[in-house]
Design a protein around this ligand. Structure first.
Ligand code: MN
Ligand code: MN
Length: 302
């Protein structure tokens, strides 16, 4: 089961200006082939179908625990897309037929996240609006093959993040990408260590893939300085301690020993975003809704 904490996995300042083009680049990391929905669901289904859990517990714990971190990653990508769309309202006078988003998109910028239906926001799709697919999930039941796939997937995801980084210079988007790039490196390293335990093959010699050190990305540097690339978080109050049997040794950059932190990172606050005027046309009674929310809030406090 899962316990939910109403915080983002990392502190992420709200973007100052709407930037739908950056939001489109980040959207790929939600529902694209190498997005967070794919890493989340691959590890989640592998953990559901895992046989001989007791006998193979460190490997089960690793996959189940990383799946839980990925839950926080889809939340972070969702927040980033919404943050980048915050305050985006069409400009102009309705009676003159003016309101438009003209000038807010450059060229053929992707609009799936802006007009997916009644409400704009992050969608369970890639940057073209193609729905995320369950057949992106790979689960053979063969532990070595599954771990090998996970190793490949993390490096594919790292490549996709690098491409998203190159598609936008938005500082808020890039901060989140710097974080995810660092964490993707940790997961690739963790699966390499698991494969090394099982086969003796030193997979970490292949890393990093692509061959780009995290410190070459300026937005990753603050996370490296804080040691995020050396840490695996144990997303449980009492379980998955066995990941310590796999996550040990030295960081790939030689900056220090690997460590398992008990419990989730401190994280940062969720965004409190502006309302969307179109969502309430033609019966927008903001005061009424605020009063109702206030009453419920009082009730909840008892
Ligand atoms: Mn991830
Ligand atoms: Mn990952």
């Amino acid at each position: 089961m899962f316990l939910r904490i109403d915080r983002l996995q990392v502190e992420m300042p709200l973007p100052k200006e709407p930037d739908p083009v950056a939001a489109a680049a980040v959207q790929e990391l939600m529902g694209g082939r190498f997005g967070e929905m794919t890493t989340l669901n691959t590890y989640m289904f592998q953990s559901f179908n895992f046989r001989q859990r007791e006998k193979l517990r460190p490997f089960y714990a690793l996959i189940a625990n990383i799946a839980t971190e990925e839950l926080g990653h889809i939340e972070l990508v969702g927040a980033a897309v919404n943050g980048l769309l915050n305050g985006m309202e069409p400009k102009g006078d309705m009676s003159k037929g003016e309101p438009s988003f003209a000038g807010m998109f450059s060229g053929a910028a992707l609009k799936a996240h802006v007009a997916p239906g009644p409400h704009a926001g992050v969608v369970c799709a890639d940057s073209l609006g193609n729905p995320w697919k369950g057949d992106y999930v790979f689960n053979s039941g063969n532990l070595i093959l599954d771990l090998l796939h996970n190793f490949f997937l993390e490096n594919g995801a790292r490549t996709a993040k690098l491409r998203a980084y190159q598609l936008t210079t938005n500082p808020a988007a890039r901060r989140m990408l710097g974080y995810l790039f660092t964490r993707g490196g940790v997961h690739a390293h963790a699966y390499a260590l698991a494969l090394e335990q099982l086969t003796g093959v030193d997979m970490k010699k292949m890393l990093p893939i692509p061959n780009l050190q995290p410190e070459q990305i300026p937005e990753s540097r603050p996370f490296l300085e804080e040691g995020w690339h050396r840490r695996l978080y144990r997303f449980s109050s009492g379980d998955y301690d066995e990941i310590k049997a796999i996550w040990q040794g030295d960081a790939l950059d030689g900056s220090g020993p690997l460590e398992v932190r008990d419990g989730p990172p401190e994280g940062g606050p969720q965004y409190d975003l502006d309302g969307s005027s179109e969502a309430f046309i033609p019966d927008y009674h903001p005061q009424e809704i605020l009063e109702m929310a206030q009453k419920l809030y009082q009730k909840a406090k008892g």
